[in-house]
Design a protein around this ligand. Structure first.
Ligand SMILES: [Zn+2]
Length: 86
């Protein structure tokens, strides 16, 4: 006769989930300054709604994310990038 044992539920608690560190694509390119006229590059970091992709998604480092937001905001003012999708 086999004893009825409750199967231990193996569930990873949300606390121990370690997010994989993404590499900053701009650091990889050794790009220290971002040109606000470089709309093709900046376009990679905005959503189709025109929003800036957050750091946790894009994996950018703090320094590059800051440079990126400045560049995107400048590019918006001179109409290289949209403020929002219509
Ligand atoms: Zn970086």
């Amino acid at each position: 006769m086999s004893p009825k044992k409750a199967k231990p539920v193996k569930r990873k608690s949300t606390k121990e989930r370690k997010p994989k560190r993404k590499n900053c694509g701009l650091c990889m390119e050794r790009l220290m300054t971002l040109d606000y006229k470089d709309a093709m590059r900046l376009r990679k970091y905005i959503t189709e709604r025109g929003k800036i992709v957050p750091r946790r998604i894009s994996g950018n480092c703090a320094r590059h994310q800051r440079a990126l937001t400045d560049a995107v905001k400048r590019a918006r003012v001179i109409a290289l990038l949209p403020f929002s999708a219509e």
